[in-house]
Design a protein around this ligand. Structure first.
Ligand code: GLU
Length: 476
């Protein structure tokens, strides 16, 4: 038997794009224009560390500028390369279109193992990288707005935004040049947890549609569902934590770089997270069975599989053996095009990455708007809202006294009703609404067309159609 060659990540994204585009009625020129990556900038720069000059390679790829700024994270990992950055930038275009954040798609990466450097060294490297990008408007509040991705977080975003501000001292919107910043540097409440929260909202929405749940051969609600999560980083951790603590799901498997934990009775996500923070991995965690071959747990029995780490983990070598009837792609590109086809034939339902993990960029959008408006969400309305509620409550209290035994307010009603929404509540409400609406736009295509077999193709069709419309509006 000849070995089957898997396409690269970017080819995989293109194949999925082509599959959807072939079901649409786009002029061929426009289809090509949407598919291709507009530009990828490669930078090599030196930083003097520990008495020596170290050379680093970084990328920022802009996939589509049908809307500006373009948006997407910056990843720090040794595996970063041009093909990957371009695939991720393309996914950002479709993701933003699907969840209606008014951005084009972009992505960046730096080839580095961040664990090899001290904090002050990482700051030097990050600032230098940001300088190179900002100099070319590849960091800019109106043109290109980075955010966190694998290997980066609030700290790196604060350095990048500050670097931009130092280079553009009169730009009043400097803080809007980067999202995912800490709260004290212009960030927004709920951004760190946003992608994981989005996974939870996506699953809740999926389970609101019994017809869809049935397609996956499942029934009921999230309560009691057995979940396996691969990768307990920021996204996997928050998703697993919220689903187990708030929706009654059972996390039966956790896969990490040093093996997997399995416990059919459920694993306490918070305690595994604490264990990882302390020991660096999941090995020797006491309340679950540890197996060194983590990847095998991907194939274990469960109701929902959440790949929340790297791309390409479900591929031609293991797709056939994946038992989960429902996969939600918390990572970008965890299922290769070849594996997607195998799973589709098996009837596995996949909630695709461009929708599932869009919570991050959605809350990034809120942060960007907050930075441009220079005011915290809820600051103007909160007390006014409370005052109006107070009016109703005092009327109800009057009624309460008047009706005596016959009627009284429920015990916590007053406290709950009186509280005006703060920023975090508004962010959650905006995110929840976004995830519901985007799911509905996908499922509408999925159910209304006989030639659309799966949610991924439906998602691409919705996204490509929107991008095409905005190109047309530009006269292309
Ligand atoms: N890196 C995240 C993603 O892949 C977030 C992007 C953003 O917030 O701009 O969606």
């Amino acid at each position: 038997m000849t070995a089957i060659k898997e396409p690269s990540f970017r080819e995989s994204v293109d194949l999925m794009f082509n599959r959807a585009a072939s079901l649409m009625d786009l002029p061929p020129g426009l289809e090509e224009k949407i598919r291709v990556c507009n530009a990828t900038y490669t930078v090599r720069f030196g930083v003097r560390l520990r008495g020596e000059i170290h050379t680093f390679t970084g990328y920022r790829s802009v996939h589509s500028e049908h809307m500006e700024p373009v948006k997407g994270g910056i990843r720090y990992a040794l595996a970063v390369n041009q093909d990957e950055v371009e695939a991720l930038a393309a996914l950002m275009t479709y993701k933003c279109a699907l969840v209606e954040t008014p951005f084009g798609g972009s992505k960046g990466g730096l080839r580095i193992d961040p664990r090899q450097y001290e904090e002050h060294e990482l700051e030097q490297i990050t600032r230098r990288f940001a300088y190179e990008l900002a100099k070319r408007d590849l960091i800019n509040p109106s043109q290109n707005v980075p955010a966190p991705d694998m290997g980066t977080g609030e700290r790196e975003m604060a350095w990048m935004a500050d670097q931009y501000a130092r280079m553009n001292t009169t730009d009043i919107n400097a803080r809007a040049s980067v999202t995912g910043k800490p709260l004290n540097a212009g960030g927004i409440s709920g951004r760190v947890e946003a992608t994981g929260r989005g996974i939870q909202y996506a699953l809740r929405e999926f389970f609101r549609h019994p017809e869809d749940v049935q397609k996956a051969g499942l029934s009921g609600k999230l309560d009691g569902k057995r979940i396996i999560v691969q990768g307990l980083g920021n996204v996997g951790y928050h998703a697993a934590k919220f689903l187990s603590e708030e929706d009654g799901s059972r996390i039966v498997g956790i896969i990490e770089w040093d093996g997997a934990l399995y416990n059919p009775d459920g694993i306490d996500v918070e305690s595994v997270h604490q264990w990882i923070v302390k020991h660096g991995g999941v090995s020797n965690y006491p309340d679950a069975t540890h197996s060194a071959e983590g990847a095998e747990v991907l194939e274990a029995e469960c109701d929902i599989l959440i790949p929340a780490a790297l791309e390409g983990v479900i591929n031609l070598t293991n797709a056939e053996r994946i038992k989960a009837p429902l996969i939600i792609e918390a990572a970008n590109g965890p299922v290769t095009a070849g594996a997607d086809e195998i799973l589709r034939k098996k009837g596995t339902v996949i909630i695709p990455d461009m929708y599932a993990n869009a919570g991050g960029v959605t809350v990034s959008y809120f942060e960007w708007v907050k930075n441009l408006s220079h005011i915290r969400f809820g600051r103007m309305q909160r007390r006014q809202e409370e005052a109006r509620h107070e009016l109703i409550v005092s009327e109800l209290e009057r009624l309460d006294r008047y009706l005596g035994e016959a009627w009284s307010m429920s015990p916590n009603f007053k406290a709950k009703y009186l509280r005006g929404a703060d920023e975090l509540e508004l962010v959650r409400s905006g995110l929840d609404d976004t995830m519901r609406i985007a799911y509905q736009s996908m499922r509408e295509v999925w159910h209304s067309r006989d030639d659309v077999e799966d949610l991924r193709t439906a998602a691409y069709i919705v996204a490509i159609d929107r991008v095409a419309k905005s190109y047309r509006a530009k006269g292309l």
